[in-house]
Write a new protein. Sequence first.
Length: 221
Amino acid sequence: MIRVLVADDQPLARAGIASLISAETDLEVVGAAADGDEALRLALELRPDVACLDVRMPGRTGIDVTRALSSAERIDKIPVLILTTFDIDDYVFGALEAGAAGFLLKDAEPDEIVRAVRQVAAGNGTLDLAVTRKVLHEFARRRSLQAVASPDGVDLLTPRELDILRLLAQGMSNEQIATTLTVEVTTVKSHLVRILPKLGVQSRLQAVVWAYQSGAVSPTD
């Protein structure tokens, strides 16, 4: 059972997301918070498998909570899925910088939100496919963020691993990457398992951010 914390300052949105998640047999909502301070308290108390956070909340923002739960210093990180109404927004960039495992627009299809929760819980991370390239290209263009890893990591990647990283940066799923490269999905997963430690990152999302920061992928790719 995947245990989920939901935090949103809008009662209807909070109830809707919680209801959507609770309807799945393998997902359980263990807590709901109306602001960032409550979200952080409940996350540390309940230790959910995934924290679904709104970006704009009273008190601590979703980014503040993400930073607290995903800090590099924490050994017991809690994966965060950011849900936002904004596709290009400083809050989204801040969420990436803070270490969010994924982000999704609130108007995404219900099954997409459920799938994202499962992906983040599994350690795969997720990006809203409708805005992935737009967000990350803008992210790469207008932000010079603290690097998530040394750019030298690109020299450690094999040509096939670099191909997979570039397709990942386009927002492709494992299945789509496998189809594009004409390989098995298990092969893609095996490559990703090797890619992340080579880059010094912990999630697919961080790998994509790293790809843009290091120049391995450019906004024109």
